[in-house]
Design a protein. Structure first.
Length: 44
């Protein structure tokens, strides 16, 4: 298991393939100092 993030820690780089095509790379898509990331599993 990865270490938990703490205040001031840098968010690790992650990439996902999007359903409609393309990909999303976090934190590269963020252009502000403060951001919120919510992971939602949805319904399987």
């Amino acid at each position: 298991m990865a270490e938990k993030l703490d205040t001031g820690n840098k968010f690790p780089k992650m990439a996902w393939k999007l359903v409609g095509g393309g990909s999303l790379t976090i934190p590269d898509v963020f252009d502000t100092k403060y951001n919120i990331v919510l992971f939602y599993r949805g319904h399987w």
